[in-house]
Design a protein around this ligand. Structure first.
Ligand code: ADP
Ligand code: MG
Length: 579
């Protein structure tokens, strides 16, 4: 399907409103031509016949101004109605696109977010969507109205003076050539401008969220020069675009003037020779002059339309990005874990190099399995495969013998609680953040989860307790407090499988103490996969799995692994010794 067909598909459901708008446009076109038509009786019947037929002239003097007024009022009303209707259609399409994009973003897999920049997505959602709206509701509507007006006026022009009209109709099509060229020209420039604007938005987003890093590396100047480069590029492109646009109307006007000069000469000759009346000539001229405005607007709406089409191409491209991880047709519900989680010959790569090269791992329900290994060894990758954040390449993961790709994502992910090193809290109340996975949880349940997570006491000390806002406008929490809220959230979700990915790694010893106690509460009765830098967590695990070179190098309990004097022993010497 082409972009135009797809835009058409967006517009089609609104056809009743559009039909009404088109009717208004026809009224506008008719009224415009009517105004030009009236010039002939005005001149011939009032001014030139005032002496020969004073009676008739006097009558016309009453009717014509009234008719003029009536036409103008009807035209105004029709323009108003049509504008409102078209804005309605345009804005509905905007809302529809916005919601479709957001829904699609929720479906897209994590791997999509790994290689897509935030600024770019925000620009699709805001900039591009409003460009499409502009092109539908102002440009497209205007273009139709202008086309109808042009048609009505052209009919009048031929009716009044077909000889002159032929001259005009040779010159005006010639003016269409530069008009089309100008359109292509601005379209090319505007595509480049949009890219530069998206780039700028992205840098802005990056350096605002990463302000701390920028300062820490004293990279301000580097960022400023990067920003200045894009900003100057946008400036140059915008100036160029505006120049082309500014050039287009004087250029077209000059072409028009050539035609008008011809017409005045020839038309004047015909009136003097008695072959035409002054009223006919001026009615013709009025129609011709009235033609200029819709023609000019048509040229302008052409560029807006082009911009809208370019934006639509980008938006559709995003909407067409397939979510890589979806429910298979006929996927069933996953029953709560009873017996085992099994990784069978699991291979995985993010791109070229394999991160996991054949992992076999069987975890019994209720067990705590610790995963150890060097940084970058694939620990996070391994645990991320279980909730299907990424899709494995070869092998399979089975829960109670059922392949996780054969069950719904929802039923799978509902069984997994996840606490990672970076806690994401939303700009909402403490209560809403804890209840994120279960919005209908009761106050008692929320408080019980907070207590078990060692968070209840500090929450009560906050200005509005559980109703305190977190985030930009709210309180600032320490790393340990944030982590305990994340644990409370996981407790409330009460999933049978738990993944802890370095949940305490970024904390100082004191906050780590409470977080660790909270984690101990969280692990009770759950099957846990834990990645930890802390010795005590590893100690208490039923089994330790050591990842090296994308494979399981060693596995066993702490003492067994120590006595092997292998990879685990080395890790222990490097990391845990400092505990
Ligand atoms: P660990 O958790 O053991 O430190 P990870 O599983 O995070 O290791 O990373 C394993 C390897 O995969 C590393 O080489 C890392 O660079 C790479 N990697 C991790 N996440 C991504 C990603 N989203 N895209 C591409 N490569 C990744
Ligand atoms: Mg990791």
């Amino acid at each position: 399907m082409s972009v135009y067909q797809r835009m058409g598909k967006l517009v089609r459901p609104h056809w009743p409103v559009l039909a009404l708008a088109v009717a208004c446009m026809l009224v506008v076109a008719g009224a415009t031509a009517g105004l030009a038509w009236m010039v002939k009786p005005l001149l011939d019947d009032i001014f030139f016949k005032a002496l020969q037929e004073p009676e008739r002239a006097r009558k016309m003097m009453i009717y014509l101004p009234l008719a003029f007024l009536a036409l103008q009022v009807v035209k105004g009303g029709a323009i108003y109605t049509q504008t409102v209707l078209m804005v309605k259609v345009g804005q509905r399409i905007v809302a529809q696109l916005r919601e479709a994009i957001y829904e699609h973003l929720q479906d897209l897999s994590l791997s999509f977010y790994d290689h897509t920049r935030t600024g770019l997505l925000i620009s699709r959602m805001t900039n591009d969507v409003s460009l499409i709206q502009e092109s539908v509701s102002s440009a497209l509507a205007g273009a139709f109205r202008d086309l109808f007006s042009i048609a009505a006026l052209v009919v009048l022009v031929f009716y009044r003076e077909w000889r002159l009209a032929i001259i005009a109709s040779i010159v005006f099509p010639l003016a269409m050539i530069p008009f089309i060229k100008f359109g292509q020209w601005t379209r090319r420039i505007s595509t480049r401008t949009q890219q530069a604007v998206a780039e700028m938005a992205n840098q802005l987003e990056e350096t605002i969220t990463g302000a701390r890093v920028v300062k820490a590396f004293t990279a301000e100047e580097q960022e400023i020069s990067r920003f200045t480069e894009v900003s100057r590029r946008i400036l140059a492109l915008t100036l160029k675009e505006e120049k082309v646009r500014a050039l287009s109307s004087p250029f077209m006007e000059s072409l028009g003037a050539v035609a008008i000069a011809f017409i005045i000469g020839y038309g004047g000759y015909r009136v003097i020779a008695g072959q035409s009346s002054p009223g006919t000539f001026f009615s013709f001229m009025t129609a011709l002059i009235l033609l200029y405005d819709p023609l000019k607007k048509l040229a302008r709406s052409q560029t807006i339309l082009q911009r809208g089409v370019a934006a639509a191409v980008r938006v559709f491209e995003l909407l067409d990005t397939p979510p890589q991880i979806m429910d298979r047709p006929g996927a069933g519900e996953l029953a709560p874990l009873k017996k085992t989680i099994e990784f069978k010959a699991v291979h995985f790569s993010y791109g070229r190099e394999e991160v996991l090269k054949g992992i076999d791992l069987k975890i019994k329900a209720g067990q705590i399995v610790a995963i150890a290994g060097r940084s970058g060894g694939g620990k996070t990758t391994l645990v991320n495969l279980l909730p299907r954040f990424y899709e494995l390449e070869k092998g399979e993961i089975l829960i109670d013998g059922k392949d996780i790709r054969e069950v719904t994502l929802k039923s799978l992910r509902q069984q997994i609680g996840l606490v990672t090193q970076q806690t994401i809290l939303f700009d909402d109340t403490i209560r809403a953040n804890i209840a994120y996975g279960r919005p209908r949880a009761t106050t008692r349940e929320i408080e019980a989860a907070a207590s078990a997570a060692y968070a209840h006491d500090f929450i009560l000390e906050l200005p509005q307790g559980y109703e305190t806002m977190i985030g930009e406008q709210g309180v600032r929490l320490s790393g340990g407090q944030r982590q305990r809220l994340a644990i409370a959230r996981a407790l409330l979700k009460d999933a049978p499988i738990l993944i802890l990915d370095e949940a305490t790694s970024s904390l100082d010893t004191e906050s780590e103490y409470y977080v660790q106690k909270a984690i101990d509460n969280l692990m009770v009765g759950r099957t846990t996969l834990v990645i930890a830098h802390r010795l005590s967590t590893i100690y208490s695990a039923d089994r330790i799995v050591v990842l090296a070179g994308g494979m399981i190098a060693e596995e066993g309990r702490h003492e067994e692994l120590m006595s092997l004097q292998g990879e685990y022993h080395k890790l222990y010497e490097m990391q845990f010794n400092s505990d």
